[in-house]
Design a binder for this molecule. Sequence first.
Ligand code: ZN
Length: 489
Amino acid sequence: MQNNFTIYNSLSRKKEPFKPLHPPFVGIYVCGPTVYSDPHLGHARPAVTFDILYRYLMHLEYKVRYVRNITDVGHLVNDADEGEDKIERKARLEHLEPMEVVQKYINSYLKNMEQINILHPSIEPRASGHIIEQQQLIEEILKKGYAYEVNGSVYFDVLKYNEKYTYGKLSGRILEDLQSSTRDLEGQDEKRNPYDFALWKKATPEHLMRWPSRWSDGYPGWHLECSAMSIKYLGEVFDIHGGGMDLIFPHHECEIAQSTAAQGKESVRYWMHNNMITINGQKMARSLGNFITLDELFSGNHSLLTQAYSPMTIRFFLMQAHYRSTVDFSNEALQASEKGYQRLMKAVGTLDKIKPSLTSTIDIPALRKKCYEAMDDDLNSPVLLSNLFEGVKYINSLSDGTEKISMADLDSLKSLFSVFVFDILGFKNETDSTGDQKLTSELVKIIINLRQEAKNKKEWAASDKIREDLKNAGIILKDTKEGADWEKA
Ligand code: ZN
């Protein structure tokens, strides 16, 4: 399969041509959410980034298996190997079972993702459903000599691993620096070295989520699930692993170490990382009070928001920055995105009304080429959008008659917009799906009543003409005993 797609590989730190291992099949693994709170703007960014990747690869006719996990166990509050489990802490606060917390926030995550028009992944595996696979991976790492057991817990031996392989190759962190900068935290004296990390933790008596193992009743370390589930569903070596930049260290660094230690080779061929979102120039943090959930964005119900923003406005906002750049949230930026999105949708509506001429005064093949070049350049969505807005300018000039377009070029322009705006960038027409739909059904009802009046007066020609005109407009009338019904052709 031919493609000119290049992606920036965080491991090699350069753009590389995308060559899948077993074309036409492509395997993607993306680290999904830890489900203990309502999804916020930060969750939307990786979701949108890898949604576009997924959509574009499918457009290039690859058969993509897209795995996005759900972390429902083992992610501790301080992201290291100490402290409470994030989900258990929430369960205690809300007086819920940990799995009730998990279900509640999986539901809100999936609801929000659907609102932003994120396609469902092929598989959404949960860490708690793969305890056996994780234990098997620990056995494999122990057998190869890269882990050790202490008091019922198992830790990864970073120093030993680094003798044969390179720990820190993804993050660029060098072990010597880690050795001098990692403090000995209280309770970490079980580890041979402070930068070793847990593969299995023995549960304390008050710990709720626990499973039996030959080491202890306990739970897996946070990094382990992604190694175990990616190998299970995508094979020992697979094409693309994605996630937020904040996961590079320690999470993805540890994933590489685990998979390499167990298999003697690396799993991932291309590492892709999306950058972070700042809020009015500041880092997003609960402590700063600038954590905005997606529900709050959609309703406008947050002190930092001057209005509500629709899901497609959020999608547009995230798309007008390249996924590897930071993007700064502000009301001004969101309002600009809202205008941009509406301008794009208006042009799509105008495009339907354009009449062809015998010749074209605009170059559609050149526009099409530029759109593909933008996507092929490491998913350059801001450049793609600016190309599409060049198309919007054409559409407006065609509409007011200052430019002309041939039938073939018009078809090509329509398919270009349909493919790039809807299939690849994943926009949907929000006005279409709500306001316009309602208006259409009201109008059709009025027309049906007019036709009924004509029939009542035995004006058959008028009644038939209404039916024919509706049919030409794509609306099929069906006479039933209860009156006329209709559907779109
Ligand atoms: Zn992960």
